[in-house]
Design a protein around this ligand. Structure first.
Ligand code: NAD
Length: 473
């Protein structure tokens, strides 16, 4: 793969252009051309082939922005969105067709009238992306918007400038540029975008910024999907069927994209009696994953920038716990070694923030009751939850703690399949997408009733003067 590709210098979109871009997208929606399924299918095919053609630039951009390996760049970004395009193309007609309503939704009295749900595009939408998966987390929602028949403006993260510039060129040259455009920039540009009227805003990022977006959207009663983060717990009990496998899988959760994954575990609550054995297995898994050391591995991504490097470093530096794996850091290389810290307090710095990096806490507990108390104290509605216990224990954990999604016996597999619904709950997000849910996220479900003239024989009771004898109380 050619990594010597030169990227255009990052350039924020001029603030004065933003109202025009939003108004163009709105105007194009009003032409009704996006309601044509053929048009949507052409745009999805164009996106598919654009991703194929821009593969070298995208892979190189992800390397430049995040030190992402070509394996992860292809598997979790470029191919991921291509698969989304294929899935949407394959099911588009089915998703978009009217849903006829009969019994039990329509009671027998009304059964001779026609009811259906028409799938209407929401309109013109804004999609705002984060930095950790600059391609996937911007373009996968866009697949839903295209499939549903919306026009869109998309805003990549400014923290991954090479990817942002490649995406801008790719989308604006290969798709219908009157319907889709890319605004590059940071807070001022996002604010300018949020000053426009949208029919839906789809935001992926931190809870802090999600709250700013939701507040602003509320001023114009704009619906939002929020895909946010959280402090995700993993539970390991004495009944875990394979502790070595649990260690390998949880290490994967924190080494993939250098742990810059919203759904990976922040901390592991483990039965005291098996904690040391687990740490031993973790070290074995580490050696298997990085035979030449993590720093020399071609597979391990880097931290996106110095600000985030310092943020993660501070969590480790301020911890009262004991580093039991990793701990090495190199700011010039934005390298943080996959690190596990043994802690014994929820006040520990490792437990206070979402780590969003290759580090996690191991917190030994005496009982499952204690584990559940701690997890519910740390974050009541995390994005993910992982449980490695007996069936009864896993069920109890699912019952007594909520989360956006959950995986039993593994790290974030519930979010690793691009066609199953994914989303948060409470303060880890509102709404879901992926697979059919992506289509639904940008669709208005419009109920249509059709009542033939002769139906008055059945429903004349509605007309005044009312026949009060029916409801005499
Ligand atoms: P972020 O919230 O800092 O930025 C997201 C987007 O918002 C960017 O495009 C950015 O330009 C914009 N933005 C930043 N500050 C803003 C402000 N003050 N006003 C308006 N817009 C602003 O998020 P990030 O650092 O890029 O991503 C990391 C966070 O995203 C983590 O919390 C992670 O858990 C979360 N995340 C969630 C998911 C999910 O699917 N639930 C996926 C990836 C990341």
């Amino acid at each position: 793969m050619d990594t010597k590709i030169v990227f255009p210098e990052f350039k924020a979109t001029a603030l004065e252009d933003i109202p025009r871009l939003a108004s163009n997208a709105r105007g194009q929606f009003r032409t009704h051309k996006t309601k044509n399924l053929q048009w949507r299918a052409v745009q999805l095919r164009k996106l598919y082939w654009a991703l194929e053609d821009y593969k070298p630039q995208l892979v190189a951009a992800l390397k430049s922005d995040l030190g992402k390996s070509s394996f992860e760049a292809m598997f979790t970004e470029v191919d991921w969105v291509k698969k989304d395009c294929m899935f949407m193309l394959e099911h588009l007609e089915n998703f978009a067709k009217d849903e006829k309503l009969g019994s039990p939704a329509v009671p027998p009295t009304y059964s001779l009238m026609k009811f259906r749900v028409r799938k209407e595009p929401m309109g013109t939408v804004l999609i705002i992306g984060p930095y950790n998966y600059p391609v996937q987390l911007l373009l996968a929602p866009m697949v839903g918007a295209i499939g549903a028949g919306c026009t869109a403006v998309i805003k990549p993260s400014e923290l991954t400038p090479a990817s942002a510039m490649v995406i801008k060129e790719m989308i604006e040259t290969r798709l219908d540029s009157s319907a889709f455009s890319v605004v590059n920039g940071s807070i001022p540009e996002t604010n300018a975008l949020m000053n426009e009227k949208w029919d839906k805003v789809f935001f992926t990022g931190s809870a802090q910024v999600g709250s700013i977006i939701a507040k602003k959207a509320a001023e114009t009663l704009t619906p939002v999907v929020l895909e946010l983060g959280g402090k995700n717990p993993a539970f390991i009990t004495k009944n875990c069927s394979n502790l070595a496998l649990a260690a390998r899988r949880l290490l994967w959760g924190k080494t993939h994209n250098a742990g810059q994954v919203c759904m990976s575990q922040n901390y592991v609550l483990i039965d005291k009696e098996i904690a040391q054995t687990f740490i031993g297995f973790l070290k074995d898994a580490y050696k298997d994953a990085f035979p030449q050391g993590a720093k020399n591995s071609p597979d391990l991504s880097r931290i996106v920038n110095k600000r985030h490097f310092q943020r993660i470093k501070k969590m480790i530096d301020e911890s009262q716990g004991q580093i039991v794996m990793g701990g090495e850091m190199d700011e010039d290389d934005l390298y943080i070694e996959p690190t596990a810290v043994l802690v014994n307090s929820v006040e520990d710095s490792m437990m206070q923030e979402e780590s969003f990096g290759p580090i996690f806490a191991i917190y030994p507990v005496n009982t499952l009751d204690e584990a559940l108390n701690i997890a519910n104290l740390v974050h009541k509605t995390p994005l993910s939850l992982f449980s490695f216990g007996s069936k009864a224990e896993n069920d109890r954990i699912l019952n007594e703690m909520t989360s956006g999604g959950a995986t039993l016996n593994d790290s974030f597999f519930h979010g690793s399949v691009n066609t199953v619904p994914f989303g948060g709950v409470g303060d880890s997000g509102w709404g879901a997408y992926r697979g059919k849910a992506s289509f639904d996220a940008f669709t208005h479900f419009r109920t249509i009733a059709e009542t033939p003239g002769w139906a008055d024989r059945l429903i004349r009771v509605r007309y005044m003067p009312y026949d009060w004898s029916q409801y005499k109380l």
